[in-house]
Write a protein that binds this ligand. Structure first.
Ligand SMILES: Nc1ncnc2c1ncn2[C@@H]1O[C@H](COP(=O)(O)OP(=O)(O)OP(=O)(O)O)[C@@H](O)[C@H]1O
Length: 711
């Protein structure tokens, strides 16, 4: 597979897995440290397995990496100068060996243990095809392995290779992926880089779909056995992580991948962390994508556990049943409010017992009853029970992945179907859904910009069609006699689609403008629109840029001059979805990106903390609190980092005096105000357009004034 072992290991035919054992005693005795490669036959497949078994505690780290860590730790211990010098030499030897194996020096220096025992794959071995995913911290491409023709997914990870912290952070994903080996966890097949390269690609098995892509398709409706099948696989994957002390911390529909054999795999371990009994350090609460974030994190918990993942599993489960995300808050405060409205606010004892940093501030003055059962009345009682368990405000009530797998939902009929019996869909990814939304937004924008005369003409045409309902039908009939009136009317104006019913009716709404840039992938028997991918303004290569954008996101949403139409997004409205079909939202693409940035969990090294991530509505009344720093793998305290024991991104930060209702009221006011402002701005914009005849100079001046007004 090309990703196993170092030079020495590669020599050992047939047993590519090795462990590095280092004897400190021997090292001190001989005043030298040698890495002794102990070849093992535990993994004849040569997979990236470090020999840990199911159920082992997280502290059972890959022996090689643990020893390497010891070595590095030891090197900072200045007890014995002679020892340190020799140790330094040995470490340099390890680094040198890794560089010889083909790893770039910047990587081995900052995170050698992540790639310890691996040989980098070569970029030339792959033929890069189209982009299939755009994450906050990565771009994902489909690629073909030249030698075998096998499809893979290449994840180009964004980091700053001049920042050791940033590299270590990226390395943690590799380390964690290497610890996991389960049919329902995405498999890391290797890492592409070279000595001279400053980028890294993670090579994964290729998965055709993600759950966000599938569930957002209006023509896909999962049956109960199908949902059970997905949920069972998801919980098995989560169980595997949790038994190894790994919490994923970013479970969401787009991180759950599905292949054409119906096998589901949990992906994206970029935010995952290892819980150890020794590691008592506080964790950051700025993890998990907002819609899937549990209440304890929203209230700033820093000592949570694996049950955060079970909350997210509950959200995904409800999403599969409903067909869209169940809790779609736009800010942390709103998210929590939605949670309390759906699940009920916790009892008095919870608030008394809870030591959540912001618990007091979020306690509602009047308790909420919750309406989960009412909202889920169409589902079977066993399904509702499972959602209810996962969405327990109190983390311990969520049980464990193993206990959820034994619940009645899975043990009663109809049973989960076999993965192989699941339908085969054309590739469906979150990126496709995003592109559809973008096309829809463009269409709305185009309509808004349409001159009044053509608007009148269009309306007249529509009226005519209403008066003569058969007009279009006749037109289509003439083109295709086999079509019945309804079909031809449904697909009117779709150019090449006329007379051919596409399998996905959602494509109906693709605008004329977007069609110009879209292509049809006939090979899949369906239409896949590949409008040019919008690279997020916040997706710059360097960490620092990401952070600036995150902050800009929160700031700009408060005061930007965009056409951010919040109509219909009442605070009490549970249907507000800023990226999905059913929302009327006109955010200019840059501002849209900024908005999306505000939804993301923080995934950046703690030392990059010159800026703070804050959310739209809490912006005004946030005060900074500092929690102890989360130190996971690769997030050590390097020199030049922030003050020891402080983390600058932790939870929704609110001033002591504020109460939740007050905050919610202010939030609602802010949104109303933004709405009014955006409507007014739109009006101003059209006036400005109408005055195009004016001289360029005066128009410029006017724009300047209007812009200044809305800054
Ligand atoms: N192995 C794979 N096969 C096919 N598609 C994949 C694979 N891995 C990831 N993708 C696609 O790429 C998208 C982004 O990948 P990933 O979640 O790993 O990146 P990320 O930068 O961590 O994203 P985010 O910021 O959304 O968490 C996924 O939603 C999925 O659609």
């Amino acid at each position: 597979m090309g990703c196993v072992s170092s030079k020495k290991a590669a020599k050992a035919a047939g047993s590519p897995v090795f462990e590095a054992s280092v004897s400190k005693t021997r090292a001190s005795e001989n005043a030298t440290l040698n890495l002794n490669y102990v070849f093992s036959s535990k993994n004849p497949s040569g997979a990236l397995d470090f020999g840990s078994k199911e159920g082992e505690r997280s502290e059972d780290k890959p022996k090689g990496s643990r020893e390497l860590k010891k070595l590095k730790k030891g090197s900072s211990n200045k007890k014995s100068n002679a020892f340190s010098i020799k140790l330094g030499l040995s470490l340099r030897h390890v680094d040198a060996e890794q560089i010889a194996a083909g790893w770039p020096a910047w990587l081995t220096a900052a995170a050698g243990e992540a790639v310890y025992g691996l040989v980098p794959m070569r970029a030339e071995s792959f033929e890069k095809l189209e982009k299939i995913g755009q994450g906050t911290y990565s771009s994902v491409f489909r690629a073909r392995e030249v030698a075998t023709g096998k499809m893979v997914a290449l994840k180009k990870v964004r980091f700053d290779n001049f920042q050791p912290e940033s590299i270590r952070f990226m390395a943690r994903e590799i380390m964690i992926l290497r610890r996991l080996d389960h049919p329902n966890i995405i498999k890391l097949e290797g890492v592409i880089t070279s000595r001279l390269s400053n980028t890294i690609y993670l090579v994964f098995e290729y998965m055709e779909h993600d759950l966000a892509g599938l569930s957002s398709c209006h023509d896909i409706k999962f049956s109960e056995p199908q949902v059970k099948c997905y949920m069972r696989q998801l919980l098995h994957g989560v169980e595997h992580c949790h038994l190894r002390g790994i919490m994923h911390r970013d479970i969401k529909a787009s991180n759950i991948l599905v292949n054409n054999e119906g096998i589901l795999k949990l992906g994206d371990f970029g935010l995952a962390n290892i819980l150890t009994s020794k590691n008592k350090q506080k964790l950051t609460s700025r993890v998990v994508t907002l819609w899937y974030r549990p209440p304890e994190l929203l209230m700033g918990s820093t000592n949570y556990n694996v049950s955060v993942d079970l909350w997210s599993v509950g959200c995904v489960f409800a999403e599969l049943l409903i067909g869209k995300p169940i809790l779609k808050g736009r800010t942390e405060v709103e998210q929590l409010h939605k949670i309390f409205k759906l699940c009920g606010s916790p009892p008095e004892e919870y608030w008394k017992k809870s030591k959540l940093p912001h618990g007091d501030m979020f306690k509602p003055q009047n308790p909420y009853e919750g309406c989960l059962r009412e909202r889920c009345k169409d589902f079977t009682p066993t399904a509702v029970d499972l959602i209810d368990t996962c969405l327990s405000i109190e983390p311990y009530k969520r049980g464990t992945a193993s206990s959820l797998l034994m619940c009645e939902y899975f043990t009663t009929q109809p049973y989960a179907c076999d993965p192989s019996s699941l339908p085969k869909y054309p590739p469906k990814k979150e990126i496709d859904a995003k592109q559809r939304d973008e096309a829809r937004r463009r269409k709305v924008r185009a309509r808004m910009r349409e001159p009044a005369s053509s608007k009148r003409q269009r309306r007249a045409r529509q009226t005519l069609q209403l008066q003569e309902p058969n007009n279009e039908a006749h037109f289509a009939d003439r083109k295709n006699n086999n079509n019945d009136n309804n079909t031809s009317r449904t697909y009117k104006g779709r150019g090449s689609a006329v007379g051919r019913e596409p399998r996905n009716p959602t494509f109906d709404t693709i605008s004329e403008t977007s069609r110009a840039t879209s292509t049809s992938h006939a090979s899949h028997g369906d239409t896949v629109f590949t409008v040019p991918t919008q690279i997020s303004a916040s997706s710059g290569f360097a960490w620092a840029k990401n952070q600036q954008d995150e902050v800009a996101a929160s700031l700009s949403l408060r005061s930007h001059t965009s056409t951010f139409d919040t109509s219909g997004l009442g605070f009490e409205d549970n249907t507000s979805n800023l990226t999905k079909d059913d929302t009327v939202i006109h955010v200019k693409s840059k501002e849209k990106d900024l908005f999306e940035a505000s939804m993301r969990p923080m995934r950046m090294p703690p030392n990059q903390s010159h800026s703070r991530a804050q959310s739209l509505n809490v912006q005004d009344y946030l005060t900074e609190t500092c929690d102890k720093e989360e130190v996971g793998i690769g997030r050590g305290n390097g020199p030049g980092q922030q003050e020891q024991g402080k983390v600058k991104f932790s939870g929704p930060l609110l001033s002591e005096s504020q109460k939740i209702d007050e905050i919610l009221q202010r939030n609602a006011n802010t949104i109303r105000h933004a709405n009014r402002r955006s409507r007014f701005y739109r009006g101003t914009e059209s006036i400005l357009r109408g005055k195009k005849r004016r001289s360029k100079l005066s128009e410029k001046k006017e724009r300047k004034t209007s812009r200044r007004y809305f800054m």
